[in-house]
Write a protein that binds this ligand. Structure first.
Ligand code: AMP
Length: 170
């Protein structure tokens, strides 16, 4: 099944010059959504995965389904001020300004072997920050998985030491 047919381009969203890759048609189609989770899970069977870490907010949709598929727990990485317990945070640069993501400090430890999941890899800034957060808790990262990768933005170059998997490449 070609999942790319379920991705819709929305030009100039959220601002001029950006072509937004809209995943909502994929989510609405039960077969395509199920297939995307089957494909995301493929590299990880028998790898001793303990948790899937999803990045707010579209990473929650795919990450939670992937966690259920693999029979492991789900851990959210969230925007600042959303997680109620003690958190560790990581700031990273955007095109203009900075952003921050947070993770509960008791969510992972040296025995954890996790997957990071998000809908899309663009510049890699968000994913690289997620890698740092997880490593700060001494957890091992088995891989990063994305539904979509914008290869022309070279996000992979920011994350050289962890395998990266993506289903649809542009
Ligand atoms: P980056 O940190 O540049 O890799 O950006 C990744 C995050 O921004 C992901 O959580 C995506 O959901 C979102 N994102 C960036 N570019 C796009 C795009 N063209 N279409 C949809 N989402 C995007």
């Amino acid at each position: 099944m070609d999942l790319a047919q379920f991705i819709r381009d929305i030009p100039n969203f959220p601002k001029e010059g950006i072509i937004f890759k809209d995943i909502t048609p994929l989510l609405k189609n039960a077969t395509a959504f199920e297939e995307s989770i089957a494909q995301l899970s493929e590299p990880y069977w028998d790898m001793g995965i303990t948790d899937v870490v999803g990045i707010e907010s579209r990473g929650f949709i795919f990450g939670a389904a992937l966690a259920i598929e693999l029979g492991v727990g789900f851990i959210p990485i969230r925007k600042p001020g959303k997680l109620p317990g003690k958190t560790t945070s990581e700031e990273y640069s955007l095109e203009y300004g900075t952003d921050t993501i947070e993770l509960h400090t008791d969510a992972l430890n040296m025995h954890s072997n996790v997957i990071i999941c998000d809908d899309l890899l663009a510049t890699g800034g968000t994913a690289a920050a997620a890698v740092k957060l997880i490593k700060s808790l001494d957890a091992h990262i088995a891989g990063l998985s994305f539904v979509i990768e914008l290869e022309f933005l070279n996000g992979r170059e920011k994350i050289l030491d962890v395998p990266i998997y993506s289903l649809i490449k542009y």
